[in-house]
Structure formats: C-alpha cells, structure tokens
Design a protein around this ligand. Structure first.
Ligand SMILES: Cc1cc2nc3c(=O)[nH]c(=O)nc-3n(C[C@H](O)[C@H](O)[C@H](O)COP(=O)(O)OP(=O)(O)OC[C@H]3O[C@@H](n4cnc5c(N)ncnc54)[C@H](O)[C@@H]3O)c2cc1C
Length: 606
C-alpha cells in the first residue's frame, strides 16, 4: 500500500537540534513567542492534514484529472472540499502579516507545511502554492488601496492567486512577452493578450482569482526592461463585494504528463480591467519577489516528492523477498530468499535517496530561516547579509532539489522493479508529477546560469566568499575531532570551488560563453558544498547527543558518513568537466570546444 508518514522526527531534529530555529526566531521581534513546542505543534497538525486529507486524494487526482467545459474548470473529486478545509483551518494565513489578518508565524513553519503538502499531493498543492508569493509581492509593491482591497482575501486564502507570465513565444525569456496594458483616465489599465500554462488560472475552489499579470505599457522599451506588473481579478470589485466578471476567458486546459489534478490553463485577456503593482517598466523586479518565494517553494516540492518516494521504497524493500543475500543472519539460513533490502545494490539506492532527502531538508529549513532573518532582523546589515546568502542558495535549492525529486522517484521506482512501472503501485505517479518542477519557475538550466553569472561572477565572488567563510568556520572547528575526515573532504571542496571560480572569471574575459557551459557543474559543486557543510554540522550534533537517542543518532552518523563516502565524490567528476572546458580555452583563441562541435554538426546536418 502506497503511504505517507509525516517525517516529524527528522523535522524536529533539523529545526531543534541542528538549527535551533526557535532560539533564532524568538530574537526577531515578530516571533518572540515562538518556541519548540509551538513549532512542533504546527508541524504535527500540518502533517495530519497532509497525510489524512490530501494524500488519499493524490491518486484520485491523477486518475480523474481536471475537466474543462465552456470556460469552466472542474477540479478532481475532493479537491475543492480539501481546499475548503485548508482555508477554514487558517493555513494560508500562517506566515502572513497580522495587519492583513495573518497569523504572523515564521516562513520557516510555512515551508515545513509546504514540504508535507507536496509530499502528499503535488497537484493539489499547486492551487495554494502561489498564494504566499502573491502575498509577499503585493505586500511589498502594491498601492495601499490595492493592499486594503486584496491582501486580506489573499492572506486568508478566500481568493486564490496566479502568476501569469508565460506566453507561447515567451517562456524562459520574458522579454519577448506581448500582452499589452493600456492606461485609463481613472488610473486602471486594460489588459489584452494570451497567456499559456497558467496554473490554477481557472478552478472551482474559490469565488474569485487574483491574477498577477506581466504586460507591456504603450511605448515601453523592448525586452525585459519594458515589462510591468498588474493585478487583474477574475471578478471586479463592487462596494465591499464582488461585481461583474472581468473579461478574462479560460480557453482550455493542458493534457499533460503529470500533476493531472492541477489545472494548467490558457487565459485570454480582452481589455480586462487591472491595476499596476509597483512602478512602470519595473514589473520583473516586483515579480521577482513572488518568483523567489516560488523558487524556494518549488525546491521544497522536490524535497517532498523525494521523501514520499523514499519512504515507500524503504517499506517495499523490507517486504519483497528475492534471492539470498551474500551475508545472512543465522535465523534466515533456512529461508529460500531474503528481503531485497539485504542486497547492497538496494541499500545503495536507498541510502543515496536518504542522504539527499535529509541533506535537502537541512538546506531548505536553513534557507527558510535565512528568509525570516532577512525580513525581520533589527540590524539592516544582518538583513542584507542574509538576503545575499538566500539569493545565492535559492537557485541551488530550486535546481538540485527538483532534480532529486525526479531522480529520487526514479531510484525508488527501481527498487520496486517491474511492479514500480505498474500504475496501481503508486510510485510512477511521483516520477511523472515531480518532472515538471525541473522546468517551471525558471528551468534548472536558467537556475545554473543565474547562480554562476548573476550571483557569483557579477559581484566578483563576494557573496560566495561570505558563504564559504561560514563553511570554513565549521571545518576549522572539526578538523581535529572525530569528524576530521569529512571536514578534510569539505575543505578540499571549498578550495577547489574558490580556484575554479577564479579560473572561470579569468577565462570568461576572452570566452564569454564559458561560464554558461560550466554553470550546471558549478551549481552542483556549490550545492554539494552547502549540503556537505550541513551534514558536517549534523554529524557534530549526532555525536554530542548520541546517548539521548542512540538508534536515531547512530543512523544520522551513518547517513552522514554515506553522504561523504558515496554522494560527495560526484564533485570530482564535476571538477574534471570544468577543467576540461577550461583547458579547451588554452588552444589559441578557440572558443570553448562545445560550440565548435555544435556548429560542425549544424553544417553536416543541413
Ligand atoms: C504544468 C506547468 C505549469 C506551469 N505553470 C505556470 C504558471 O503558473 N505561470 C506561468 O507563467 N508559467 C507557468 N508555466 C510555464 C513554465 O514556467 C515554462 O514552461 C518555463 O518557464 C519554460 O519556458 P518554455 O516552456 O517556453 O521553455 P523554453 O524557454 O523554450 O526553454 C526550452 C529549453 O531551452 C533552455 N533554455 C532557454 N533559455 C536558456 C538560456 N538562456 N540558457 C540555458 N538554457 C536555456 C531551457 O532550460 C529549456 O531546457 C508552467 C508550465 C507547465 C508545463
């Protein structure tokens, strides 16, 4: 039976033992009341909702999908009712400003909630998934009038929100978008154009939908510097209530590989009424508030998928009997076959999944805490430093965690053998559903370019240096302890990253394409560095607390060791690839070899 158990013990370990989240949060003025008990109470309640209400709807949503008829969308059976329960329990308001009806709790807790929602039902989670980003964007950039009218409904979740960026000709490159915004004398605008792939653009869960739409004002400069952001509601306001329907038509929904329960809609705007959010032609900057929140959330979707896939693969591996293992305990000697978990090949697959899941949970919650500090610390310098750190970690979280959401699901499916390929087993849905997270919210290739070019090279590596200095502190503290070996491995990696960044920056002056070529490798290198750093810290905690819970902390130490012995060595290969590309630039004024080969193929093929 496919199942989901909220991983509360590991969540507690990360929040309490590793990060001292409540201790740090309680130093921030809005969270002075937050303590461990409160955090775990919220996590337990969230886990109950996720596992008891959402998880049972996951396979139903996949099977039934969304239905489209005459501009209306019907979500799968049970989805709207589950949303009603979610809204009535106050979950959308968890981490929002009390001025607008929020509960004023930390983002960290919201992300714990979203990990469990994603683990249980990725498709359903798409509907409220953009609410927090929309809230953050409106809170920061909307006029007071728009805030008063829309924020309380977005905060409570009475109305859901969308993010309307993509058009058929404008995907990764939003500078190509064509939707137009025409200003009116009353300060509103009229929006015309077509958007595609809009998640939740139409649904039967809420009375109104708040669309956040990117469009161009007349005479706007071409490209991404000519884009503005607008709030365009499905129903226009009238007095305190809802007025007439805005001229937005849902023209269809996509039939797709996964997340069948999430309505991926095409929307037609025909002179729809909207209002600008933020400044003219600065829409992308305003939208980035939403996109950054969403990128963190999408990374957490990857973590959620990987967790459920791992849990089920583990259960299956403990039950499925095939062949005798090389090493058998005496009590199994008369049995014809052993559980497949006794075969080292299966242990490797399971441990790799586990090392990533636990490593990513540490990174996700560490970064969520950084977000809270960056928003609420009294010292502006601390806020700025945390903001810079988060900007560095966000593309890593988005790309590496969603890669593992998919690859971890594939590893889990492998453990099921042929049974994993059969729909009713349940795991293949996780493989299909998790695939999209590598694409939307900025593809993982775009994340790699963002990390290396915009976050590392653009400031001469300063932001990265600050991060590596923290890593170095942990290494220095562990270099003469029982964790000396992993500390040395991490130290080597830090030095290698520093060297390669310098070499890439140098080579880029004559070979501008080179950083783009090696960006995926650099993302995984810095990503491994951040996970290895947190594993080293987890190892320290496990050593110091081993007598409190010997089984749990021994397992933690074992997984820490596994990460350093079996997972981290991927970095040698990544470094080798970067070195090969750097080496190719030494051949007199040749561009990196890849573009040469592609050009040659283009000539041969034509
Ligand atoms: C199920 C689903 C839900 C979605 N939800 C939403 C939503 O709610 N709102 C919304 O606005 N959009 C949404 N999208 C759209 C999604 O964000 C885009 O599909 C995504 O941004 C990629 O754009 P594209 O599909 O046009 O691919 P393209 O941009 O055409 O990219 C094709 C390939 O080229 C690569 N590429 C492009 N440019 C570069 C570059 N500079 N460097 C390296 N590689 C590059 C990409 O990585 C990719 O592999 C959704 C899409 C799907 C399928």
């Amino acid at each position: 039976m496919f199942s989901y158990q909220p991983p509360l013990k590991d969540i507690r370990f990360v929040l309490t033992d590793l990060l001292d989240a409540s201790g740090r949060l309680s130093q921030l003025p809005p969270f002075s009341e937050v303590d461990d008990d409160l955090m775990m109470q919220v996590a337990e309640e969230a886990g109950r909702f996720a596992s008891e209400v959402l998880f049972p709807l996951n396979a139903v949503g996949d099977r039934e999908g969304c239905k489209y008829e005459n501009g209306k969308v019907k979500t799968p059976p049970g989805f709207a009712e589950a949303y009603r329960q979610f809204y009535e329990a106050g979950w959308p308001a968890l981490a929002c400003d009390p001025t607008y009806g929020g509960q004023g709790l930390p983002n960290t807790l919201n992300n714990v909630l979203y990990e469990m929602l994603s683990s249980s039902n990725h498709a359903w989670t798409m509907y409220p998934g953009l609410l927090h980003g929309a809230y953050a964007c409106l809170h920061k950039h909307a006029s007071d009038e728009l805030k008063q009218r829309y924020l309380p409904k977005v905060v409570s979740g009475e109305w859901l929100a969308t993010m309307c960026l993509t058009e058929s000709q404008a995907g990764s490159d939003l500078g190509l978008l064509r939707t137009r915004a025409t200003p009116q004398d009353d300060g509103s605008v009229r929006i015309s154009g077509s958007k595609i792939f809009i998640s939740g653009g139409e649904q039967d869960m809420t009375d109104n939908i708040v669309h956040l739409v990117l469009a161009r004002l007349p005479d706007a400069p071409a490209g991404s510097k000519g884009i503005s952001l607008f709030l365009v509601p499905k129903y226009l306001p009238e007095g305190e209530g809802l007025g007439k329907r805005n001229s937005i038509t849902c023209t269809g929904i996509e039939h797709k590989m996964g997340i069948h329960g999430s309505a991926t809609t095409s929307l037609q705007f025909d002179d729809a009424v909207g209002w600008m959010v933020g400044e003219p032609n600065r829409g992308l900057a305003a939208m980035f508030v939403m996109m950054n929140a969403a990128r963190l959330a999408v990374g957490i979707q990857g973590l959620g998928s990987a967790e459920t896939a791992y849990q089920n693969a583990l259960l299956y591996a403990q039950e499925r009997l095939q062949m005798r293992a090389a090493v058998r305990p005496p009590q199994r000697r008369s049995e014809p076959a052993d559980p497949i978990i006794m075969h080292p090949a299966m242990q490797r697959l399971l441990m790799t999944q586990r090392a990533y899941v636990e490593g990513f949970r540490m990174l996700a919650y560490y970064s969520s805490l950084a977000l809270d500090v960056s928003e609420h610390h009294p010292d502006p310098q601390v806020r700025a430093d945390k903001d810079a750190e988060l900007a560095l970690l966000t593309p890593i979280i988005k790309a590496m965690m969603t890669d593992q959401g998919f690859h971890g699901s594939s590893q889990a499916l492998q453990i099921y053998g042929g049974h994993g390929f059969i729909t009713e087993t349940g795991i293949e849905q996780y493989l299909r559903d998790s695939r999209i997270a590598m694409i939307y919210e900025g593809t993982n290739e775009i994340q790699a370019v963002d990390l290396l070019l915009r976050k590392i090279l653009s400031d001469g590596g300063k932001r990265l240096d600050q991060f590596l200095a923290q890593v170095q502190e942990t290494i220095d503290a562990e270099i003469n302890t029982e964790l000396r070996e992993p500390a040395e491995d991490l130290s080597t990696l830090v030095n290698n990253i520093r060297e390669r960044v310098a070499a890439i920056a140098q080579a880029a002056t004559s070979h501008p394409e080179l950083p783009h070529t090696v960006a995926p490798e650099m993302l995984r290198l810095v990503g491994h560095c951040s996970i290895a750093w947190l594993w080293l810290r987890a190892g320290r905690v496990a050593h110091s607390k081993i007598t409190d819970d010997p089984v749990f902390f021994q397992a933690k130490l074992g997984t820490c060791q596994y990460y350093f012995d079996f997972v981290l060595p991927e970095t040698s290969q990544l470094l080798q690839i970067i070195d090969n590309v750097l080496e190719s630039t030494n051949h007199k004024n040749q561009p990196p070899m890849l573009s040469d080969v592609m050009r040659q193929y283009a000539q041969t093929d034509s």
